[in-house]
Design a protein around this ligand. Structure first.
Ligand SMILES: Cc1cc2nc3c(=O)[nH]c(=O)nc-3n(C[C@H](O)[C@H](O)[C@H](O)COP(=O)(O)OP(=O)(O)OC[C@H]3O[C@@H](n4cnc5c(N)ncnc54)[C@H](O)[C@@H]3O)c2cc1C
Length: 283
């Protein structure tokens, strides 16, 4: 870690990270993802806190996958088997058992659910602050309010373009290695080195409800057929969806991060209802 420098244009988390849902589901169809998620969960729920003495804000409220057809339930049974191989505890529940676990849920049209008790919710700000603290303790430097304005490159004897350094308004850093982690702005940073980053932002809508009595400590919910998620947010729910016809947002790169108004746009009730008609039926 020693010698690594993180340059942030504004403040840490000011890009997409501050408003992420932070859902951590441990069971995915690919074994590589299952291992990566298990590692992430270990770091966020235990190791970072042990190393820094700071709480990352991790909440272990569990995760619930909803099956509204037989094929989806079969898939969840396969996920449960995969989880067993990796030591991830999970349970396939009947609609009645699901109702006992999550009394507010309408389970009339459910075939069953997959419940993973050790899934949970990450706090983006807490996780990021703790990661930065751990990295600094190991010799890394985090410099905020320091936009990268240019990347110097040179061409070696074999015609390969290589990085020589990074320019900022406050000076330059000589380095042979740059990691581009500028999120939706990555294409702009890539262009500074003559690299095309194949990345385009899309609009994503989410709604935060008012306080709901009885929602406290309920697991996060994912309905793969309806393409929606329900995330516990204090005493309320945050409801988001994966739009079937996403709207690409090429101009996102022109927006400054959070401090200057951010990437958040207002949406309309009609648009939200069009995306989540299935989900609204569930509650
Ligand atoms: C509503 C919502 C829900 C989500 N839910 C989940 C979820 O449940 N689980 C999940 O895993 N993911 C989720 N995501 C996705 C997740 O939030 C993102 O993948 C993640 O936050 C991206 O982090 P990042 O560090 O790559 O980008 P960012 O957080 O956008 O960070 C990029 C940083 O680069 C900085 N930057 C830009 N240009 C420059 C420059 N020239 N010089 C210096 N710094 C620069 C910006 O200021 C910014 O801070 C969700 C996203 C949203 C919007």
């Amino acid at each position: 870690m020693s010698g690594a420098v993180l340059l942030e244009r504004e403040r840490l988390t000011s890009g997409t990270t501050w408003h992420t849902a932070g859902l951590l589901w441990q069971l995915r169809p690919s074994d590589v993802e299952v291992e990566l998620l298990a590692h992430t969960r270990r770091v966020v729920s235990r190791e970072l806190e042990e190393e820094t003495g700071l709480h990352t804000g991790w909440i272990q409220n569990g995760g619930l996958f909803i099956a509204s057809n037989r094929q989806r339930l079969d898939e969840y049974k396969r996920l449960m088997s995969l989880g067993k191989a990796y030591g991830v505890e999970s349970h396939v529940l009947s609609p009645a058992e699901t109702k006992t676990l999550y009394p507010l849920m309408n389970v009339d049209d459910l075939y069953g659910t997959l419940y993973v008790p050790h899934d949970g919710t990450m706090d983006p700000a807490g996780t990021c602050t703790t990661l930065a603290r751990a990295a600094s303790a190991r010799g890394a430097q985090v410099i905020e309010n320091c936009p990268v304005t240019g990347i110097r490159v040179w061409t070696d004897d074999f015609g390969v373009r290589r990085v020589a350094g990074v320019e900022t308004q406050h000076g330059s850093i000589q380095t042979p290695c740059v990691v581009n982690c500028a999120g939706v702005w990555a294409s702009a940073v890539g262009r500074m080195a003559g690299v095309k980053v194949p990345l385009v932002a899309m609009h994503h809508a989410y709604v935060v409800t008012e306080r709901i009595e009885g929602i406290q400590n309920m697991p996060n919910v994912r309905d793969h057929d309806a393409s929606v998620y329900l995330r516990l947010q204090g005493d309320a729910l945050s409801v988001g969806g994966y739009e079937a016809n996403p709207i690409f947002w090429e101009e996102a790169v022109k927006y400054r991060p959070r401090a200057a108004g951010g990437l958040c746009l207002k949406t309309s009730t009609e648009k939200v209802c069009a995306v989540w008609s299935d989900d609204l039926r569930r509650a």
